[in-house]
Ligand binder design. Structure first.
Ligand code: NAD
Length: 258
């Protein structure tokens, strides 16, 4: 039977790439996130055509616990259960701590960290009933190391790794694994959008942000691709990864080896 997969924040970037990889494997997938209705429908239809299963869209806002509950309830109603949960939704805000808008701090923590708690607390009972499951949290190299001006993001991503380890231990004997992926810089809309702000905060050109800030620590001097992250998610969801739990896989071109 087709696996049932929920990917939060999958109307763009890494999440869309992960959803596409699962769809190509024939999964039933729920994509989620914001964007123009016609673009979301085009992405959904493309993934649906790749899959022998069904691909649906749910617009839950990851800052709203009741909408997150409805996202998971919809997956259970439409597909019977959730076999793979990918917590991926994210935004960034680049600013000094003393200038960091309080509402931005709250929004980043809600989307990047608390939403994973909410999706998990609704999904775990379904997975326990099925006696199996895979929870994959898209964290970041910023879950392991910091950069200035990204306080909320770095704090939330470190929190995601703590949540990953805790959930893995709680679920260790249930057939459910919980892991994180820690990518370095991937050229997605999220990264493109922070280039002007980083240039302003550091007083450098936008090109210098790419070469001197983003790729400075990425030892390979190359951006990570969306497909590389998606293939890692597929691996963590495979039978071969059955004994991998409570850990993270870095895909950061050597950044955190330093
Ligand atoms: P992106 O901007 O391309 O995609 C983010 C997705 O999250 C979009 O679908 C967007 O609509 C959705 N989203 C934003 N706010 C939401 C909300 N309130 N509710 C529901 N969905 C919401 O970004 P991306 O680069 O693909 O990032 C995806 C994940 O990967 C994020 O968690 C990010 O932190 C992480 N990540 C990205 C990079 C990178 O370099 N791009 C590196 C490491 C980790």
């Amino acid at each position: 039977m087709a696996r049932s997969v929920v990917v939060t924040g999958s109307t763009s970037g890494i999440g869309l790439g992960i959803a596409r990889a699962f769809a190509a494997e024939g999964a039933n997938v729920i994509i989620n996130g914001f964007g123009k209705a016609e673009e979301i429908e085009a992405a959904r239809a493309e993934l649906d055509s790749l899959s022998t299963g069904r691909v649906l869209y749910h617009g839950a806002d990851m800052t709203k616990p009741d909408e997150i509950a409805d996202l998971i309830a919809t997956a259970a109603r439409e597909f019977g259960t959730v076999d793979v949960l990918v917590n991926n939704a994210g935004i960034q805000h680049v600013s000094k701590i003393e200038d960091f808008p309080v509402e931005k701090w709250d929004q980043l923590i809600a989307i990047l960290l608390s939403s994973a708690f909410h999706t998990m607390r609704h999904t775990i009972p379904l997975m326990k009933k099925a006696g199996k499951g895979r929870i994959i949290n898209v964290a970041s190299a910023h879950g392991l190391v910091a950069s200035p001006f990204k306080s909320a993001y770095v704090a939330a991503k470190h929190g995601v790794l703590g949540l990953t380890k805790t959930a893995a231990l709680e679920l260790a004997e249930t057939g459910i694994t919980v892991n994180a992926i820690c990518p370095g810089y991937v050229l997605t809309p999220l990264v493109e959008k922070q280039i002007p702000d980083t240039a302003r905060e550091r007083g450098i050109s936008e090109e210098a942000v790419k070469t001197d800030v983003m790729l400075r620590l990425q030892a390979t001097k190359e951006f990570v691709s969306i497909e590389e992250v998606a293939q890692t998610a597929l691996f963590l969801a495979s039978d071969a990864a059955r004994q991998i739990t409570g850990t993270h896989i870095t895909i950061d071109g050597g950044w955190t080896a330093q």
